[in-house]
Design a protein around this ligand. Structure first.
Ligand code: NAP
Length: 488
């Protein structure tokens, strides 16, 4: 760890944050946060107990009415100030994400821009919450339709985008007038803690945003989900945990937003611009070390171009520099932990046993740290586990197809439907595919499409609701209709 990293870590608040105060956990327990590139502990963080979580909900519930009554312009200005502050501290946020999560610094800077932008976007949305006044069809009554904050919200975030997953939820909640309790991922709580301090410095009142890092996710959030004061759950993470949380949310009929697992197909038709498809594939696969819900998971390439696509993609993968993300020139950092690396290698080994060919990569890199070589696999059977499960690593399995019908059937042959990618220059095909493919998002001749101004989210087992775009704030608003007799 160098001097800059140490200074940054020393400047961090590492407590639980409840009702505007940093404190130790009620048990006094702390847990370590490790650098996945070195395996070394970076620092320790207070380990919130169920009592801390309840204190956080108490604070959020107590602050709700005043926050809902705060002028939208004031809520917007706080978000705008935080956007400026995060942008000004890009290097701190990027470094912190790189050392706690592993992504290379240039990518971490990209996430700072993306993550901060949610705050700017929602600062602009806060002042545009509107209802309507309407004459009933029979003319005898009037309808007044109000949009009101849902209320205290629980926001549970994953480790792979430590800033953006927090701002995407908190930005919308703050703009809508909701108070919140954030439970960051155990593996990457530090960025959320720095984000929290920025929100406090930007003027967010006590109780509006509370943070409970913890090693006991279920035990800590369970009592909150059972408490009728909680009105909303927004979760980003695996489908498996999401399903469990939906079950826990059911007894109180909680509003839920679920951003769950993906298994994105990446379709390359023979009429595609192959240069563009290769660039798109690199971005869609290697962004965030392949640890993105939007990562291309299965490459379906039309037979005529499959050989050339595999060869060129493998050349580009082989040229990528693997290493600690803080080092100059590094493209691909470590996977998040040993378990993830072993899982990725297991999927590759299984595919090879089933007849796939390793075109490049296919092996772990010696540690310390949990590195895996960028890998291209050709001749992968369509039903190999590597093509049916979310890989979450830098591995591109290539499956050959012959017809559009076959490609669409393969793309849709999964319970997931977050995002798909398709490369074609045929205009009619490009217009057909969005209607035929079952997913919440489609990158059409584009390998990265996430944008705070666009609605992000999935269909099928990839989730419920949307984050970002005009739709993002709706997740934190409820609709009330008031019936009024005609004034005439
Ligand atoms: P995860 O294991 O589901 O964890 C996500 C969050 O849920 C973490 O904060 C985790 O806490 C918490 N959690 C785990 N069990 C819980 C429980 N019983 N009750 C309450 N909270 C619980 O997922 P992950 O491994 O962090 O993230 C990877 C997954 O997220 C992938 O499937 C990826 O596709 C998905 N993802 C989806 C999107 C999207 O927008 N659709 C975006 C990013 C990632 P701990 O950290 O303590 O385990």
């Amino acid at each position: 760890m160098d001097a800059r990293e140490s200074a940054l870590l020393e400047s961090l608040h590492t407590g639980v944050f409840v009702n505007g105060e940093w404190r130790e956990s009620s048990t006094g327990a702390r847990f370590g946060v490790d650098d996945p590139a070195t395996g070394q502990q970076l620092t320790t963080v207070a380990d919130a107990s169920p009592e801390d979580a309840m204190a956080a909900l108490d604070a959020a519930a107590a602050a709700q009415d005043a926050w809902a009554a705060t002028a939208p312009r004031v809520r917007g200005e706080i978000l705008r100030t935080a956007f400026e502050a995060i942008t000004a501290r890009t290097e701190d946020f990027a470094l912190l994400m790189t050392i706690e999560m592993g992504k290379a610094l240039p990518e971490a800077r990209g996430e700072v821009a993306y993550g901060a932008e949610f705050l700017r976007w929602f600062s602009e949305e806060a002042v545009r919450i509107a209802g309507r006044y309407q004459t009933a069809p029979d003319g005898k009554t009037r309808f007044m339709v109000l949009r009101k904050p849902v209320g205290p919200s629980l926001l549970i975030t994953p480790w792979n985008f430590p800033l953006a997953m927090a701002t995407r939820k908190a930005g919308a909640a703050i703009a809508a007038g909701c108070t919140m309790v954030i439970k960051p991922a155990q593996l990457t709580p530090l960025t959320t803690l720095l984000f929290t301090q920025v929100m406090v410095d930007a003027g967010l009142p006590a109780g509006v945003l509370n943070v409970i890092p913890t090693t006991r996710a279920g035990a800590t959030t369970g009592p909150l989900l059972a408490d009728p004061r909680l009105r909303k759950l927004s979760f980003t993470g695996s489908t498996e945990v999401g399903v469990r949380l939906l079950q826990q949310a059911a007894p109180n009929v909680l509003r839920t937003s679920m951003e769950l697992g993906g298994n994105a197909p990446f379709l390359v038709f023979a009429d595609a611009d192959l240069d563009a498809a290769i660039e798109g594939a690199l971005a869609a696969k290697l962004r965030n070390i392949g640890e993105a819900c939007t990562a291309a998971n299965r490459f379906y390439v039309q037979r005529e171009v499959a050989g050339e696509f595999s060869r060129r993609l493998a050349e580009r993968f082989a040229a990528k520099v693997v290493g600690r993300g803080t080092e100059d020139g590094v493209d691909v950092g470590p996977l998040i932990d040993e378990r993830s690396r072993d899982k990725v290698h297991g999927l590759v080994t299984d595919a090879v046993a089933r007849g796939a060919k390793v075109v490049t990569g296919g092996c772990a890199v010696d540690g310390p740290g949990w590195f895996y070589c960028p890998t291209v696999l050709a001749d992968v059977p369509a039903d190999a586990t590597v093509a049916t499960e979310e890989i979450f690593g830098p591995v591109a399995p290539i499956v050959v197809f012959d017809t559009e019908d076959e490609a669409v059937a393969l793309a849709n042959s999964t319970p997931f439907g977050l995002i798909a990618y398709a490369y074609t220059t045929d205009l009619n095909r490009a217009l057909r595919l969005p209607e035929r493919i079952e997913s919440g998002m489609l990158g059409l001749n584009a390998g990265v499409i996430s944008n705070p101004a666009a609605p992000f989210g999935g269909v099928k087992q990839s989730g419920l609701g949307r984050e970002g775009g005009f739709e993002g704030i709706d997740e934190y608003l409820s609709t009330m209709y008031v019936g009024i007799p005609s004034p005439f």
